[in-house]
Design a protein. Structure first.
Lengths: 196, 294
């Protein structure tokens, strides 16, 4: 991390690459993604797939955690309504996500960063389309600066370094970070001393 | 109100002396004027210490899930209409055996001086008495009659502050909440006073893995408030206890009201109104909104 900050996110080309985490269910979307692979379908490599038993298992905490670990977008995908391996897991998940996305929107998260899909085991081509579209949206939005800045202010020094290396965030001054609301209040400078 | 307090004391004296309940949870005089404290008494001799006035803000329903209270036996608790909604939620979630509790509903014209904003939009000034609507929690005793008129349950003015935030741009909303959350000191007072935050082990205390950073830094605070709001979505009865308990004055009810608004809009459900209804996030409908899925 020290030698080459964000090496993963620049792919050695110097061009920023979005990092998108996909939480998928074991029975439909994971198999769909598998099908995309065995069908030799090419899609954006910016996605990291995390397999879970069911969309009903995907806790909103997972999405928060993904952002905390530097994700720029999160995709959640599972079986179509009516197709759940456990009969009702995706229905319960749908209620939860309905509320969670409105909560995220309410606190200022752009909902293009958190997307949802139903991809069956037979829909390898749809999986490729969903991923490409998601990555495209996040690419347009750019890095999730808001969250990254929040992490930097929370003592996540790696992020502080990478953000500084990138030349700041809208402050126009390379190597500086916007002052956090709390620090602005305390009239102190930006420090990376606050640890978890 | 003076009549009501005498009636309340007489009831407490009666219930405790007869052994109908072993614990009576009500309000007592605070150490300063215009304040009350939760008063938990186990003997009829102390019934005279109970008070009922404009400052009985605490939601005493929180004690109904506390083992140190329950282990003493049958519990009577003083409830305002809004607090009774929290008890409704606890009953829906099978957290309290109905036969173990005696609910003492107090007619209430609104609390606080000046009147709390939430009380202006109250639609439960008088808790329901036994023998009424089966879809509303009946208290075992109801004391007094409220003079204030009930607001319409779908009173849009109650959500005016939510609409104000919604009208902001995403960047403004982000900045607003970053500022609010940055003040959080993670005292968890909001959790402790919430009657519906009854988990024996809270998500924030789970540390293998550490899901929510426990330090009071922005990222941890953000995760905490998001998860708190999610865990209360469709369950919060908007009693406002969390916001009143917050030493940092974070507008916590904004988040829960936003969730209540979404729950009402999508699932036609309002928390704590019908003890026979299935809680919104416990159930589902195959015709729920599917528009945001690709």
């Amino acid at each position: 991390m020290d030698q080459e900050p964000q090496s993963e996110q620049t792919s050695g080309t110097g061009v920023w690459q979005p990092k998108v985490i996909a939480f998928v269910c074991n029975w439909c979307t994971y198999a769909g993604a598998d099908l995309a692979g065995t069908s030799r379908l090419k899609y954006d490599a910016n996605i990291r797939v995390i397999r879970l038993p069911c969309t009903g298992r995907i806790d909103p905490l997972f999405v928060i955690k993904a952002f905390e670990r530097g994700a720029d977008g999160v995709l959640v995908s599972g079986c179509h309504p009516g197709d759940c391996h456990y009969n009702t897991g995706n229905y319960h998940a749908r209620r939860r996500w309905t509320l969670f996305r409105e909560l995220l929107e309410f606190v200022g998260v752009d909902l293009r960063r958190v997307q949802f899909a139903w991809v069956s085991a037979a829909e390898g081509a749809k999986w490729a389309e969903v991923v490409n579209a998601m990555v495209q949206h996040v690419r347009e939005l750019g890095p999730f600066d808001g969250y990254h800045i929040m992490l930097a202010h929370s003592g996540q020094t790696e992020w502080l370094k990478t953000m500084a290396a990138k030349g700041g965030n809208g402050s126009g001054v390379p190597g500086t970070l916007p002052v956090s609301p709390r620090e602005a209040k305390e009239e102190g400078g930006v420090t990376d001393g606050r640890r978890c | 109100m003076a009549d009501a307090v005498e009636e309340l004391r007489a009831l407490a004296r009666d219930l405790l002396s007869k052994g109908a309940v072993q614990v009576f949870v009500g309000y007592g005089a605070g150490s300063v004027a215009n304040r009350t404290i939760p008063l938990i008494i186990t003997s009829a001799d102390r019934a005279g210490e109970l008070v009922w006035n404009k400052h009985c803000l605490n939601n005493l329903a929180v004690y109904l899930t506390r083992q140190e209270v329950l282990k003493r036996g049958k519990v009577a608790v003083v409830l305002k209409g809004c607090d009774a909604r929290a008890v409704t939620g606890l009953l829906q979630e099978t957290q309290i055996p109905r036969e173990r509790v005696v609910l003492v509903g107090m007619a209430c014209d609104g609390m606080g001086e000046p009147l709390l904003e939430m009380c202006r939009h109250c639609d439960v000034h008088t808790p329901a008495a036994p023998g009424g609507d089966a879809h509303r929690l009946a208290c075992d005793h109801v004391i007094g009659t409220a003079t204030a008129a009930n607001a319409a349950p779908d009173d849009e003015a109650a959500f005016a502050d939510v609409a104000k935030i919604e009208a902001m741009s995403p960047a403004q909303r982000w900045a607003f909440w970053q500022e609010q959350f940055s003040r959080c000191v993670r005292c968890y007072a909001c959790r402790q006073v919430c009657p519906l935050c009854y988990c024996k082990r809270c998500a924030v205390e789970k540390n293998e893995p550490q899901w929510i950073a426990s330090s009071a830094h922005e990222a941890g605070n953000f995760a905490w408030h998001m998860i708190r709001a999610m865990h209360l979505a469709g369950r919060c009865v908007a009693c406002g206890a969390c916001e009143r308990a917050c030493p940092q004055h974070i507008p916590l009810t904004l988040l829960s009201k936003k969730m209540a608004k979404s729950v009402a809009a999508h699932f036609k459900y309002r928390a704590g109104t019908d003890p026979t209804a299935a809680p919104a996030v416990k159930t589902f409908d195959s015709s729920d909104d599917n528009s945001f899925f690709r």
